[in-house]
Design a protein around this ligand. Sequence first.
Ligand code: SF4
Length: 74
Amino acid sequence: MRVWIDQDECSGVGVCVQDCPQVFVLGSDGLAYVTVGGRMYASNEHAIVDDAFLDSVLDAVEGCPEECIYIDTA
Ligand code: SF4
């Protein structure tokens, strides 16, 4: 699956990091990023994330107060 965050909308509350710390991290700028293999992905990059994390990523999508986490399972 592909996962990305629109950092322009992120408020940095960190719900996503709580729901799925394997996929989401807070950067030094206080905003959330998708991370895979130690790399942090910016807004315009779609990270390829292991489908094993689908349920917790969906929890993050649903819990995000800004609705700025996007997922494409196609
Ligand atoms: S839950 Fe949404 S608003 Fe909160 S840090 Fe994560 S992406 Fe940003």
